[in-house]
Ligand binder design. Structure first.
Ligand SMILES: [Zn+2]
Length: 484
């Protein structure tokens, strides 16, 4: 197969293409289980294979994809023809940033292949968790598992050849109950980074049982709690909400295609302009953020992106100043041309497609916040006069250019004079992105830092659902509006 792909790439190159690449998926398998109140509602499995071909001709892309590998010439010709037609209408000729040619492979760190685990064992795991969740006050109990295994063979006309073997494991437990005013309250536990590998072994029974017990107890406290006050307080975000704050107001805001206006019709744009790089004070001096695809064991670490660029650790915000973006080969060239100066030096390796039949676009890798020097959660609480600790994402609403946000949380604890006083329900907070990040007054140390996984980030037209990670510490922000 690889020899045939090479011959096709050479043939299309000889027809005048500037660049050709292919992503051949010999297989992609998924397996999902969903248990509701002790009943297995869904146990589905799927398997597909196919190839996507991109051709760059006279500054325009052409793409084609198929599951039918019997007519490779036809598949490559369609991509070439699409590029040829598009090139007659191109307004901004596409150029690709330089890259090194690589022959390499990447395999996700995984010990026990979840696809080798019998269904009965998976159902047994969910059943055990469900029994633990079945307690007073719990109205709905949900247990979910999602496994993905795929092989991707990348080849391009510049000579790169990359083999990727990716395994993904996601799991979640949820409990919901009704409070005295008839409002449903919920508490979730999602598998976060747990050890250096993420095969079936990351579904660690004692770890899940302990968290099942915790979310039930926390839900029971929320059900009996008073409402969150409507006032200004310092908010202390735990990783279970800090990941979403980072995702929505740093991650999506710094995708370069969005900054250039390409996502406006669908997921929205960004308030960031090309002029802002190297200058804009995005947050306080305590904020350093990065797009780190080199982090061991996360769905945002995949070895090589779909342009064939090796994983990189790109600084996005350096001590509060905006310095980088989430980039691929095409957008960095366009951004530099539009800015008439070199804003970006080469691709940041973040161009990814969700499947062989989609084109790669700029996606988050692991958008992380560096741990800080303000100690543990207890240390931060002890130094907070009037605050609220928030955790768990319940609702989110974000401005179309990521300029402001409103998040609802699952649980909150009030802090007064350095002490946790009580749990409150219906907690929310809101703010304007830059003002909020500039009010960052404490960043927890490594003991507070967790890598949270996201399995459902949507972007692109047609929509592409992507998996990634966020390594985030506990952070405190001052003078934030809560409760409305
Ligand atoms: Zn997203």
């Amino acid at each position: 197969m690889q020899q045939s792909i090479k011959e096709q790439i050479d043939r299309i190159k000889a027809r005048g293409a500037m660049y050709v690449d292919t992503r051949y998926y010999p297989y992609e398998e998924s397996n999902q289980l969903f248990m509701l109140n002790g009943n297995l509602k869904d146990a589905s499995a799927s398997r597909s294979s196919g190839m996507g071909v991109r051709v760059l001709y006279k500054g325009a892309w052409g793409f084609s994809a198929s599951s039918d590998m019997s007519d490779l010439s036809g598949l490559f010709d369609r991509a070439f023809d699409n590029a040829r037609v598009a090139s007659e209408r191109v307004t901004f000729p596409i150029r690709l940033a330089e890259k090194d040619v690589v022959q390499a492979s990447f395999t996700s760190p995984s010990e026990l292949d979840p696809f080798e685990v019998p269904l009965s064992e998976k159902v047994g795991f969910l059943k055990e968790m469900d029994e633990k969740l079945n307690q007073k006050g719990v109205f709905l109990r949900v247990g979910m598992m999602n496994f993905v295994r795929k092989q991707i063979l990348f080849a391009d006309s510049e000579g790169s050849e990359i083999e990727k073997n990716l395994t993904e494991v996601f799991a979640e437990l949820q409990v919901s109950g009704q409070d005295s005013s008839g409002i449903m309250q919920e508490r979730k536990f999602r598998l976060a980074q747990h050890g250096p590998t993420r095969g079936w072994e990351s579904l660690d029974r004692p770890y899940f049982l302990q968290n099942a017990e915790r979310i039930v107890s926390e839900l029971q406290q929320v059900l009996a709690a008073d409402d969150c006050p409507k006032e200004d307080r310092s908010v202390i975000l735990l990783p279970g909400i800090m990941y979403l704050q980072t995702h929505e107001t740093i991650g999506h805001a710094l995708e370069l295609d969005r900054i250039l206006g390409y996502e406006l019709a669908f997921a929205g744009g960004s308030f960031v302009t090309l002029d802002d790089f190297g200058k804009l004070r995005y947050g306080s001096g305590k904020l350093t953020a990065r797009a780190d695809a080199t982090l061991v064991n996360s769905p945002g670490s995949f070895g090589y992106d779909d342009d064939g660029i090796p994983a990189q650790n790109v600084t996005l915000i350096d001590k509060g100043i905006l310095v980088g973006a989430i980039t691929g080969r095409q957008m960095v060239e366009e951004a530099n041309a539009r800015a008439r100066k070199q804003v970006f030096k080469g691709s940041g390796g973040a161009n990814r497609a969700t499947a062989f039949y989609r084109v790669p676009i700029e996606r988050m890798t692991n958008i992380n916040i560096d741990p800080g020097s303000d100690g543990s959660l207890e240390d931060i609480v002890a130094k907070t006069e009037k605050g609220i600790i928030l955790d768990g994402d319940r609702s989110w609403s974000i401005g179309s250019n990521r300029e402001q946000f409103h998040f609802g949380c699952e649980i909150a604890w009030l802090v007064d004079d350095g002490k946790v006083t009580k749990v409150v329900k219906n907690s929310t907070y809101k703010g304007a992105t830059l003002k909020f990040w500039n009010s960052l007054s404490a960043v927890g140390n490594k003991s507070t830092w967790q890598v949270r996984f996201v399995d459902n980030c949507g972007k692109g037209q047609p929509n592409q659902i992507m998996q990634l990670g966020h390594g985030v510490p506990v952070c405190r922000f001052d003078n934030v509006r809560i409760g409305e």
